[in-house]
Write a protein that binds this ligand. Structure first.
Ligand code: NAD
Length: 271
């Protein structure tokens, strides 16, 4: 167990899915800075993943890039086998990979529905299952952490806020809420902690259209009582804390990191 407050994840091994951009990139770098060795998963951009790996190494950390499509069982098996081979074990999974394929409800194709559910929800199931298998195999190592393993699911404010035009995405995030809570209930006796982070609007490639123009950003800010769009680092700080022993008594929780987006700001001046 680390006693250095600046490196609360010292000697721990982490895997970040979708770690080559946006929130995943922020989490991978923050975990590395906090002392963890980090496997940076990517789907299709090896160059971006290597950039994240280089940033972690430059800061004195250990990291490597690994390709896998989280929605494919064989890819996930191979990614965990390689990570455990290189690191010896795994302590932390940041279940972050996700995507959007938006359409009006009546025009949404089965392919769009299935792609989003298979990456955002089935992908989190497949990765969490492999992580838990390793946590159970290895068991608790008190010198490393008070938990036998930690899983952080990247959910969204849309696990509770309905989202017209994005029903596949909102359904996937609502599913993550019950996946996370049911896993947490089942695994707490084994000292495995499972929690979610629900980001609000964070400035990343996934939602470029919502912040790219002045007009779009002004519209978006009406939904955020805090008055600013979030940055990946806002999420990364919460991820480091949830992965550390500082949050050891927290399991089954969703931490909303959203500048107040879930406070129904429309009711501030009416209703
Ligand atoms: P992003 O597009 O930068 O990151 C998503 C990452 O997932 C990318 O690196 C992408 O390559 C990866 N990915 C997509 N499909 C994959 C697959 N099949 N296998 C492996 N990796 C795959 O966007 P982001 O905003 O950083 O999103 C990260 C997570 O945060 C997502 O789960 C997203 O739903 C969630 N989120 C984001 C916001 C936001 O405002 N940006 C808000 C709420 C939740």
């Amino acid at each position: 167990m680390s006693t250095d407050p600046n490196r609360p994840l010292q000697n721990q091994k982490a895997l970040v899915t979708g770690g080559s951009s946006g929130i995943g990139e922020g989490c991978a770098i923050a975990l590395g800075t906090a002392g963890a060795a980090v496997a940076v998963n990517y789907h299709s951009s090896p160059g971006e993943a290597e950039r994240v790996v280089a940033a972690i190494r430059t800061a004195g950390g250990e990291a490597f890039a690994i390709k896998a499509d989280v929605s494919k069982e064989d890819d996930v098996h191979a990614m965990f086998a390689e990570t455990i081979k290189r690191f010896g074990t795994l302590d932390i999974l940041i279940n972050n990979a996700g995507l959007q394929q938006d359409a009006p409800f009546h025009e949404m194709t089965l392919k769009q529905w299935e792609r989003v559910i298979s990456v955002n929800l089935t992908g989190q199931f497949l990765c969490a299952r492999e992580a838990v298998r390793e946590f159970l195999r290895r068991g608790l190592v008190p010198e490393i952490s008070r938990a036998a393993g930690k899983i952080i699911c990247m959910s969204s404010v849309h696990e509770v806020i309905p989202w017209a035009g994005h029903v596949n995405y909102a359904a996937s995030k609502g599913g993550i809420m019950q996946l996370m809570k049911s896993m947490a209930q089942e695994l707490a006796p084994k000292k495995i902690r499972v929690n979610s982070i629900a980001p609000g609007a964070i400035k990343t490639p996934i939602n470029r259209a919502a912040w790219e123009t002045k007009e779009a950003l002004e519209n978006l800010l009406k939904l955020i009582p805090d008055g600013r769009i979030g940055e990946p680092e806002d999420i990364a700080r919460a991820a480091v804390w949830l992965a550390s022993d500082q949050s050891d008594y927290i399991t089954g929780a969703t931490i909303f990191v959203d500048g107040g987006m879930t406070l129904y700001p429309g009711f501030a001046a009416s209703g």
